[in-house]
Design a protein around this ligand. Sequence first.
Ligand code: HEM
Length: 498
Amino acid sequence: MPNGMHLQDKVKVLRALYFMEVTNLVVVLPAVLAFFALSLHLINRMVRLRNLNLPPGRLGWPIVGETFEFMRAMLEDNVLRFIQERAEKYDSRVFKTSMFGDPIIVFCGPAGNKFLFSNENKNVQVWWPSSVKKLLRLSLVTKVGDEAKMVRRLLMNFLNAETLRNYLPKMDRIAQRHIDKHWKGKEQVFVYSILKLYTFELACCLFLSIEDSDQIAKLSLKFDEFLKGMIGFPLNIPGTRFHRSMKAADAIRKEIKIILKKRKVDLEEKRASPTQDLLSHMLVTSDPSGRFMPEMEIIDNILLLLFAGHDTSRSVLSSLMKYLGQLPQVYEHVLKEQLEISQVKEAGQLLQWEDVQKMKYSWNVASEVMRLCPPVSGAYREATTDFTYADYNIPKGWKLHWITGSSHKDPTLFSNPETFDASRFEGAGPTPFSFVPFGGGPRMCLGQEFARLEILVFMHNIVKRFKWELVIPDEKLKYDPMLEPVKGLGIRLQASSY
Ligand code: HEM
């Protein structure tokens, strides 16, 4: 203590020193303790993991893992090879890898699919990478357990076959208008870009009653941007793909919000119908306890459905156009079935539910296309407890991945798996859990029936109006993130007169 200080000052200094000591103790001690606790926890975890019999595999570099190998495989449509190489090297039932900062266990084949699909809310629950969760915020994909069940039930009010059958004539009208506007009179078109206009317009009309083509085109551009940030590192800083994607999502939300506010007023004043589209259904339907979905949740769920509901079907339709262009016998068979339907209808009469039920061969063709070219490469779950699978330990919290293609091309399940054969879907069809383009279990795709109808309605109209040949005979496909033709699938059109 410096000499010459007054007693009061000395007391002050002592008090300050004491206070600093106490503050240090209060701040530093817990930090030190937390550091030790964390280190202990990590060491414990490492020791525990080392003692576990984890599935074999390679975790690769810290954080990055095998992300780049997987993304390259997606872009080269080699996801199946990525899986097969590892399944052969490690274990054909299950192996581990690491992607997007997480260790991931890949479940293979129908047994893997069955396990994950039938254990939802028991040992596992749905999980999406944080890029998806950040983009789709309050929507169904971020909900689990009872909350998810409730949202699914609410959305199924609109997406079930009973309700959708009423929208078939509207779908038919949209398909005809689309073909008149974008295909008629053309000698050559790029299928993939044009089909976006069909599937997106259909979703906009049926979900939000948007009919204005300029508004649809603008929204569609925002969706392109939005979609590109779905798979990858969620780095939200200017200049990144993810940042652009987040901004696009906000812009789309703003637009949906304007429509929603106006619709609420229109419903109150009876200018809008409670069954006119998905938005009306969501605004007027409550859960069993009488609770209505909050506005922000409605907006995020519509964003989800617009996203999930158009690029998937567009991918199937584009692969379908490829196979129908390559396989004249299949094309002729589909045409015959569709002509039998339209020949017994009055001129100008739109498609009805009964007509679509007769399109059995056409749906088998679409299913075979989805077997060979699944638009979605797979999806994720998370272990909610420690459990064992195939004698391996699966630790709680680990991410689990099922891959669509891992059973679709298995020769023990589909003979000559590379050959196009729609008859595989006749009778009882493929063995359970081997054909999974829509996933399975309680988190199975909600839009399966919607997709079936929009695909069949389009097939009906396009084969009646055109024959076509491919500009590039065997154009390659890639996942980005849906399966798409690398050069946009150019085709030469020849108008028919049915
Ligand atoms: C051929 C077209 C389609 C395919 C191949 C497809 C495929 C899939 C797949 C693989 C999943 C994940 C399932 C799982 O994790 O088990 C999924 C989920 C989902 N799909 Fe589709 N989908 C298609 C069309 C649609 C359409 C048209 C809509 C909406 C109208 C839609 C809405 C959804 C929703 C909301 C989910 C999330 C379900 C949940 O998490 O509970 N999908 N879809």
